[in-house]
Write a protein of this length. Sequence first.
Length: 68
Amino acid sequence: MATVTKDTMIGELLQINEDIAPLLLGIGMHCLGCPSSQMETIEEAAMVHGIEPDDLVGDINDFLENAS
């Protein structure tokens, strides 16, 4: 199972498991298709959307753990 950190790029995250997209869209990250968002870290994306980065990383890792 892959584990992500705050430094994981959004583009890399979507390559790890593209099924993570609905989770991100559900918290307001509607810019997943934007080329510049692919080069943002999870931490940067969380901060732009007013989300605590550590909480988001925890949610993503929980999702990935349950997806495998």
